[in-house]
Design a protein around this ligand. Structure first.
Ligand SMILES: CC(C)(COP(=O)(O)OP(=O)(O)OC[C@H]1O[C@@H](n2cnc3c(N)ncnc32)[C@H](O)[C@@H]1OP(=O)(O)O)[C@@H](O)C(=O)NCCC(=O)NCCSC(=O)c1ccc(O)cc1
Length: 134
């Protein structure tokens, strides 16, 4: 389980100070971006520019339990729940002071940026993913 916290900023909110749901998904994407070096050992710069690999999302479902407000400190827990040949499933639970706010389940696929097609996980990534998924 990977954990990270972000503040809910002015840029994430509507004029009433309530989190706008596309910004909630952006924050989940930031959590997955920060999850990447922690679990795979490569950050996105190394993946994209070094190895020529991308990790697009192919499926996503979200649930919003309670509104988040400007100034909240949101805690993101990123859980890897499945490792496929080229895909992974992630579940992101977001809380504020222990209370649920929203959650996202998504599938991402490793691709070669050059051809835009799926790629099997390289052995060094697969080993790390399988350790994280246990
Ligand atoms: C990712 C794809 C190239 C995969 O296509 P193909 O190369 O033909 O592979 P396949 O269809 O055989 O599927 C490969 C795997 O994905 C899985 N897959 C494919 N589609 C799905 C869906 N919809 N749900 C679940 N799993 C799926 C499939 O089961 C395979 O799993 P494994 O057994 O683990 O290998 C293609 O589906 C695609 O281009 N989709 C559009 C992706 C997209 O535009 N997403 C929108 C956001 S972009 C984004 O998030 C992003 C872009 C770039 C980045 O660097 C980072 C992020």
């Amino acid at each position: 389980m990977f954990r990270v916290s972000y503040p809910l900023r002015f840029a994430h909110c509507d004029p009433a100070g309530i989190a706008f749901y596309p910004r909630c998904l952006e924050l989940c994407d930031a959590a997955v971006e920060d999850w990447t070096p922690a679990v795979l050992g490569d950050d996105r710069q190394a993946m994209h520019m070094g190895r020529g690999l991308g990790l697009p999302t192919v499926s996503l479902a979200s649930t919003f339990t309670a509104p988040s407000k400007l100034g909240d400190r949101l805690d993101f827990a990123v859980q890897l729940t499945r490792v496929g040949n080229s895909s992974i499933d992630l579940e992101i639970e977001v809380t504020c002071e222990g209370a649920p706010r929203f959650s996202v389940r998504l599938t991402q696929v490793l691709i070669a940026l050059a051809g835009g097609k799926s790629q099997p996980w390289p052995p060094e990534y697969r080993q790390r993913l399988e350790t994280e998924c246990q």
